[in-house]
Design a protein around this ligand. Structure first.
Ligand code: SF4
Length: 146
């Protein structure tokens, strides 16, 4: 069973109301046993919403209470991101997921590399909040680019 970022399969759950559809990922979602999730929606954020980035660390630091997720206006959205990660993990455990394919560089779904909190398109090493929590719980996370 695969866990897949819903926006990669064409679901319009991206912050701007669009998707990040990748043809190959949509086909995998159609052909394999897959669960589509959007941690930011699961956490209670609306769509569309302001873009968010992790400031002061990465997803692991957010889970440890040492970094925050802020929206473009500087509003703290950290609780929504933590709740979304927890709900995603709950779904993954309920369904016996061992592999996740998540959207690269997102503050929720990014794996290995995320935007650096400057909202300038710059990147830094680290995972998004959901990717970090899934990895902590033994789930292998890949981006759509891997
Ligand atoms: S939280 Fe993840 S699934 Fe939802 S729109 Fe962002 S990248 Fe896609």
């Amino acid at each position: 069973m695969l866990l897949i970022s819903a926006c990669l399969a064409g679901v319009n759950c991206k912050y701007n109301g669009g998707s990040n559809e990748v043809d190959k990922i949509r086909k995998i979602a159609q052909e394999e046993k897959a669960i589509l999730i959007c941690p930011e929606q699961l956490g209670g954020l609306p769509t569309p919403r302001l873009p968010c980035e992790i400031v002061g660390g990465d997803g692991k630091k957010v889970l440890q209470g040492e970094a925050k997720v802020l929206d473009q206006n500087g509003r703290d959205q950290t609780p929504f991101f933590i709740k979304g990660a927890q709900e995603t993990l709950k779904i993954a455990k309920l369904c016996g997921v061992q592999i996740a394919i998540l959207k690269a560089r997102s503050p929720s779904c990014g794996s290995g590399m995320i935007y650096d909190g400057s909202f300038q398109g710059r990147k830094k090493r680290g995972d998004g909040v959901t990717a970090a929590l899934l990895k902590e719980n033994g789930i292998d996370v890949f981006t759509e680019e891997e």
